[in-house]
Design a protein around this ligand. Sequence first.
Ligand SMILES: [Zn+2]
Length: 453
Amino acid sequence: MSFTSSSFLMDASNTPNTINFRDLLNKSILQSDIVRIFDYLLTIGVEEGASDIHVEPFENYCRIRIRIDGVLEELVQYPKSFHESIISKFKIESGQMRPDEKRLPQDARVSAITQTNKEIDLRANTLPTVRWEKLVMRIVDKSKEIPSLKMLGIDGSNGAILRKALDYPNGIMLNTWPTGSGKTTTLYSCLSDINKIEVNITTFEDPVENKMMWLNQSQVRWDIGFTFASGLRAALRQDPDIIMVWEIRDRETLEMAMESAMTGHLVFSTIHTNSAVETITRVLNMGAESYMMAGTFNLVIAQRLWRKVCSNCATKVLIKDDAKYLYAKKTFTNFDKEALKAEIQSRGITQEQRTDFFVNGYMAQWTGKDSKTWEICSVCNGSGYKGRMWLYEMMDYTDQIKVMLLDKKSAFEIGKFALQNWMIDLERDWIFKAIQGKLDLNEIYRFVKMTTG
Ligand SMILES: [Zn+2]
């Protein structure tokens, strides 16, 4: 698919950074230039780091929103009379949707090139609503570079646990959390880190989001029976050391992954659960035996991508009586004191930051205003947030955890034990990052579960 019109010329003074694609989008809406609308929409999406674009019909007007840093924001509104042509044009250009079918949801996977010459994949779908159809496009930016493990910001003991797991010769490492939380980025970064000439790495993906140097990547094809499980079986005949299978979603794939790990291979995959600890229940419910889990599992990672506080306009505020602050402090009540001390040290948390949080009850808070002029902050445009960062939770399958699994202890008991002794879950990782002024506590319990250790 190509929405890109070749007539758009860029000269040296018109670099992507100086072109205001939002203005161009507004202009193309006024001119009812649908091809250009998609050009600019996709370009804005990629250049501003959006994960999704929503084209939505309502009673009196329609709107386009984009999801940046996990939050939707309105890009533009347009007259409702225009909506049907926008959707039809997309359906035709995609070549995979029927323009005359308006009663059923439809899907399409297409490639496109932005105005800034970036190659992207779009996973788009339409959904009939009580008004007209709504279109959602997920953007996969193929030009995005794989960040190194260091750039992911996996702090403290979590970083050490991951390093240890990547150096294991065999076993299973799982990554969990819903889509859009950057879990594929972490898996790619891990693969890139251990991708050496001495090892054979094979991956089974759906879709292949980034093509990487010196990596054997396969796209599974459900329509012809090339599944994750059959891929794993084939990989075992390809003299493998490390196998990555995109997702474990059925018993057969789980069994194959465990068998591969038992026979001396390192297996990476993802699974849909809400937390690292809940994965125990999920895996056992899928039919695995706890002794198999104990024998193969090395590490389960949960993660979340969230907005960073703008360092330009943040200030310190007293939140001593705030319920969120009290909950946050409580998570350390039953945490091993030595482990807490070591964690604070390894994350480079200063004495001042420590006293501010634990004793005085001060936290960083965004204002959206410049501290001197009190005008809207020019760095974050007054939103208070700039950039994103990953939060991590690591469930390390230590010998003690394996013994508890063999003793058929519940996931709840195992989780409680880990949280009391060493585990840094999402809540704790968030709090440590808030203590360092990188995140604020305002939204913490909308996105991570409260734990009492
Ligand atoms: Zn700011």
